[in-house]
Design a protein around this ligand. Structure first.
Ligand SMILES: CC(=O)SCCNC(=O)CCNC(=O)[C@H](O)C(C)(C)COP(=O)(O)OP(=O)(O)OC[C@H]1O[C@@H](n2cnc3c(N)ncnc32)[C@H](O)[C@@H]1OP(=O)(O)O
Length: 435
C-alpha cells in the first residue's frame, strides 16, 4: 500500500498548530526537500550531518516511505524540522501467516523542543492514520524501552546479544558437519543481488520478522555511500546448497586486539539463513576462522540453535532484551491473521486509552488452528490493555508471566492457561534486524 497520499491526521495537525508548529509531509524522492529532514533525523540520533551523496542515496531508496516533519518558523534555521518520523507498510510474519504492518521509524524531536508533546502528536497521528487506512498493526524497533508502551505498543519479540569464545566453544561432535553445499566470498553488490531472495524466504518463515525494504537491505550488505568507511572492512560469505542455490549469508567485520594478533573479534553485522544446513555451515565457519578469539553478534535469536552446536555451551555469553514492538490497531484482523496452538474459545476484554482497538472480542479457534474473532457484549474471561495483547500476540511470552506481573486480570478460572495454549508458537518469534 502506498501511504504517501494519505492526509495528515487533523487532531495532531491542530494540536501542533496550537503550539505554533507546522506539521507537513516531505517528498522523500526529492533530495532538496529531504536534505533538511535528513539533517534533523541524523541530529536526533547523534549521528553526523548527512552529506549530499548520502541524501541522494537516501532519496533513491526511501521514496516509498511517508516522510513527515514538524517545523518551527521562529528558529534561526526554519527549514530544518524540529521533529521527524517516517513510516511505510510492509509484511509482518506471524505464526501461520503474514499481515500488513505500519512500520514507524526515525522518530526524533530536537533537544531544543523536547518534552512538550511533539512526539505524542506524531505517534498518535501515525496510529490514527494507519487505523483509518485499515492497517491492522503498527510496529517499530526502539532506542529506549520506556517510550512506546504509553501508545499501546508491547515488546513482542526479544533478541540475544551473543558473544562466543571461539576456541573454548569448539564444534560439538553431534552438530551438523560436512554440508553438501559450499561457502563462497561475495562482494557487496553480489550479495545485494543474489541474497535478497533467501532473506525474504527466511523472514517469511520466522514469526516476528518484517519484510526488509530496499534501504535496510542495501545498508546491511554495504552497497551505499561509504560515509564511515564501513564497507571497506566488510566481509560477506554466502552459503550455496548442493544445487547452487544461495541459502545463507553472513556479513561480518574483523576487529583486531590491541596487543595480540591471534585474538581478533568477529563482529557479525548480519546473518540470515533459509535452511538449517546453511545456518550450521555459516556458524561453524565463523567459529573456526583463524586468528580469532571471539565471535560477537548482537541480533541473534533468543533461541539461537548454534548454542546447541557448541562443545562447551558456557563459552557463550547471552544477554537478551526487547526488540520488535507491536501495536494492534484492529483486533479482529490481527487475531484472525495468525494460527493457534489449541482449539478453544475465550472472551478478551481489551483496554485502549487511544480508543482505537478497545472492546470485548470473542476468539474462537478451531481444530484447523484458524480463528474467528467478533465483538461481543458477553463478559470477558480476561482483561488486559492493548500493549499486553500486542506483546503476547506472536507467542514469544507466557500469558502466565504477564498475569504474575499484574498485566492481565482473569475473571474465569483457568483462562490464563487456556490463553497460553492458544497463543503458543512452535517457532521462537524473532526479528533479524533493526529498522
Ligand atoms: C521508532 C524510533 O524511531 S525509536 C527512536 C526514538 N528517538 C530517539 O531516541 C532520539 C532521541 N530522542 C528524541 O528525539 C525525543 O526525546 C523523543 C522522540 C524520544 C521524545 O520526544 P518528546 O517530544 O520529548 O516526547 P513528548 O514530549 O511527546 O513525550 C510524550 C511522553 O513520552 C515521555 N517521554 C519522552 N521521551 C521519553 C524518554 N526518552 N523516556 C521515557 N519517557 C519519555 C514523556 O515524558 C511523555 O510522557 P507522558 O505521556 O507521561 O506525558
Amino acid at each position: 500500500m502506498d501511504t504517501r497520499p494519505l492526509p495528515l491526521d487533523s487532531t495532531s495537525l491542530d494540536a501542533l498548530a496550537a503550539d505554533g508548529l507546522r506539521y507537513a509531509l516531505v517528498d522523500g524522492a526529492d533530495p532538496q526537500a529531504l536534505a533538511p529532514w535528513d539533517t534533523a533525523s541524523a541530529r536526533g540520533f547523534h549521528d553526523r550531518r548527512p552529506d549530499p551523496e548520502s541524501v541522494d542515496e537516501h532519496a533513491r531508496h526511501v521514496a516509498h516511505r511517508r516522510i513527515t516533519g514538524v517545523w518551527d518558523a521562529s528558529i534561526p534555521s526554519p527549514e530544518v524540522p524540529v521533529a521527524t518520523v517516517a513510516s511505510w507498510v510492509g509484511e509482518l510474519s506471524v505464526p501461520g501467516g503474514t499481515l500488513d504492518s505500519w512500520a514507524i521509524s526515525n522518530v526524533t524531536v530536537a533537544s531544543t523542543h523536547h518534552r512538550r508533546g511533539i512526539a505524542r502528536a506524531l505517534l498518535q497521528g501515525e496510529l490514527r492514520t494507519a487505523s483509518a487506512a485499515d492497517i491492522p498493526m503498527a510496529s517499530l524497533t526502539v532506542s529506549e524501552a520506556t517510550i512506546y508502551g504509553r501508545f499501546g505498543f508491547g515488546a513482542a519479540t526479544r533478541i540475544a546479544d551473543l558473544t562466543i569464545e571461539a576456541k573454548r566453544a569448539g564444534w560439538s561432535p553431534t552438530a551438523p558437519a560436512d554440508p553438501a553445499g559450499r561457502l563462497v566470498f561475495v562482494s557487496s553488490q553480489q550479495a545485494y543481488e543474489s541474497c535478497r531472495d533467501l532473506v525474504d524466504r527466511a523472514g517469511r518463515a520466522t514469526p516476528g520478522d518484517f519484510a526488509i525494504d530496499d534501504y535496510h537491505w542495501g545498508r546491511h550488505v554495504g552497497v551505499f555511500a561509504d560515509r564511515d568507511k564501513r564497507s571497506a572492512t566488510l566481509r560477506i560469505v554466502r552459503y550455496d546448497d548442493a544445487a547452487g542455490v544461495p541459502q545463507g549469508v553472513v556479513v561480518y567485520r574483523l576487529v583486531s586486539d590491541a596487543t595480540d594478533f591471534t585474538k581478533h573479534t568477529v563482529e557479525v553485522d548480519y546473518l540470515r539463513s533459509a535452511t538449517d544446513e546453511a545456518h550450521a555451515a555459516l556458524w561453524r565457519y565463523l567459529l573456526e576462522l583463524d586468528l580469532v578469539a571471539a565471535v560477537h553478534y548482537e541480533v541473534a535469536s533468543p533461541d539461537e540453535p548454534v548454542l546447541w552446536m557448541l562443545r562447551d555451551q558456557r563459552a557463550a555469553r547471552v544477554v537478551t532484551f526487547d526488540h520488535h514492538w507491536l501495536r494492534i490497531l484492529d483486533v479482529k484482523a490481527a487475531l484472525e491473521a495468525r494460527s493457534y496452538g489449541a482449539s478453544d474459545a475465550l472472551n478478551l476484554g481489551i483496554d485502549d486509552a487511544l480508543g482505537i482497538a478497545g472492546g470485548t472480542y470473542r476468539l474462537e479457534a478451531g481444530a484447523d488452528g484458524r480463528a474467528e474473532v467478533r465483538a461481543t457484549d458477553a463478559a470477558p474471561d480476561l482483561v488486559m490493555n492493548v500493549a499486553t495483547l500486542s506483546a503476547l500476540y506472536l507467542g514469544s511470552h507466557r500469558a502466565a508471566t504477564f498475569a504474575s506481573a499484574g498485566h492481565i486480570t482473569a475473571a474465569t478460572p483457568g483462562a490464563i492457561t487456556r490463553l497460553d495454549a492458544l497463543l503458543r508458537s512452535t517457532q521462537t518469534p524473532f526479528l533479524s534486524y533493526w529498522y
